[in-house]
Write a protein that binds this ligand. Structure first.
Ligand code: HEC
Length: 97
C-alpha cells in the first residue's frame, strides 16, 4: 500500500503549497444622487454589493438595465414592485447607461 501513502503525501504537499490570496478591502459604494437612488440602494443591495451596478460596462443604455432588473426579479427572485422597478431602470439608464 505504499502507493496510497505516496498519493496522500502528494495531496498534502499540494494543499500546503496552496497560495493564500489577500483581497483588497471592499469599499462602500456611493451612488450618484438622483431621482430614484434611494430605491436602487434599498432594493439592489439586498443580495450583493452595489458595486455590481457601478462596474458594469457603460454605453448600453436603459434597455440593458431593464433586462438586468428583470433578470434579478425573474431569475434571482428579487421582490421589487413594478412601479419601483420602473423608477430603478430609469435611474440606472440615466446614470450608468
Ligand atoms: C434576490 C437577490 C437579488 C437582488 C435583490 C438583486 N440581485 Fe443582482 N444579482 C443577484 C444574483 C444571484 C446575481 C448573480 C451573482 C453572481 O454571479 O455573483 C446578481 C448579479 C447582478 C449583476 C451582475 C451581472 C449579472 O447579471 O450577473 C448586476 C449588474 C445586478 N445583479 C444588478 C442588480 C440590480 C440593478 C438590482 C436591483 C434592481 C439587483 N441586482 C438586485 C441577485 C440579486
Amino acid at each position: 500500500m505504499r502507493w496510497v501513502a505516496a498519493i496522500l503525501l502528494g495531496a498534502m504537499a499540494t494543499a500546503l503549497a496552496a497560495q493564500a490570496y489577500t483581497l483588497p478591502d471592499e469599499k462602500p459604494v456611493t451612488l450618484p444622487r438622483g431621482a430614484g437612488v434611494e430605491l436602487v440602494e434599498a432594493h439592489c443591495s439586498a443580495c450583493h454589493s452595489l458595486d455590481y451596478l457601478t462596474t458594469q460596462p457603460r454605453g448600453k443604455g436603459e434597455a440593458f438595465w431593464a433586462h438586468n432588473v428583470a433578470k434579478m426579479i425573474d431569475t434571482h427572485g428579487a421582490e421589487i414592485p413594478e412601479e419601483d422597478a420602473k423608477v430603478i431602470v430609469a435611474y440606472l439608464g440615466r446614470t450608468f447607461g
